[in-house]
Design a protein around this ligand. Structure first.
Ligand code: SAM
Length: 213
């Protein structure tokens, strides 16, 4: 299998290969997703968070963390990949059965349907938006007046070599510095953007950009 095929699978996992990629993400991104939700829990009082969307949840590890951290919340997981929605469903079967979690096929425009949202989270999704300002503008419009948008990402220099080389070739957009991410948020209408880093500065595990309306 070519590396560019693999790079495309991260943006939209499909079929058998997509399901294997999903399993890899569930393992490889678990710690980062856990850290992202802990950071959100510190920022937001859990009682005030009742409507949450995770966009691009992939295999659903982050959804499980969100359901735990915000026990009063109705949660929607919105992903364009039916293979990933299947894994997310299996990973969170009790919450789906209880009606606390709904899994929906779609993208940013589907998120509008669940407004007003207290929290919108998307981890390792930013690279797959050809026009991130447009996407973030739409997400901003779906937030409640006190809502928070949280995007987890990695900068290109710290990505695995495969992603550094193949994401741009596959048409994905990689970011060299936090200022590029900050710029996208401000162009989309956010005024204050906080960026926090997981791990050591010279070998970070990932970053989280947080913005409130
Ligand atoms: C690299 S995976 C990350 C999955 C998970 N958030 C994690 O951290 O492991 C990206 C996920 O976002 C989804 N995705 C990418 N672009 C999307 C879009 N425009 N709308 C909806 N889902 C999208 C993909 O289908 C995939 O499940």
């Amino acid at each position: 299998m070519g590396m560019s095929v693999l790079a495309r699978q991260f943006g939209h996992p499909r079929g058998l290969v997509g399901r294997l990629v999903g399993r890899g993400m569930a393992r490889g991104n678990r710690d980062f997703n856990t850290w992202v939700v802990q950071a959100l829990r510190k920022r937001r009082d859990s009682d005030g968070v009742t409507r949450v969307v995770e966009l691009g949840p992939g295999p659903g590890v982050g959804l499980a963390c969100l359901l735990d951290a915000f026990p009063r919340a109705q949660v929607w997981g919105v992903d364009q990949s039916s293979a990933m929605l299947g894994q997310a469903r299996r990973h969170n079967a009790p919450a789906v059965g209880a009606g606390r979690l709904q899994l929906v096929r779609g993208g940013t425009s589907a998120v509008q349907g669940f407004a007003p949202l207290d929290l919108i989270v998307a981890v390792h999704v930013l690279y797959f938006w050809p026009d991130p300002v447009r996407e973030i503008t739409l997400l901003c419009a779906a937030l409640a007046p006190t809502g928070t948008l949280a995007l987890g990402y990695q900068l290109r220099p710290y990505m695995p070599r495969m992603a550094q080389q193949e994401f741009p070739r596959a048409g994905h957009r990689v970011y060299e510095a936090d200022d590029e991410v900050r710029y996208v948020f401000t162009e989309a209408g956010f005024i204050d953007v906080d960026i926090v880093v997981k791990g050591p500065a010279d070998a970070p595990h990932g970053r989280l950009a947080l913005a409130s309306r």
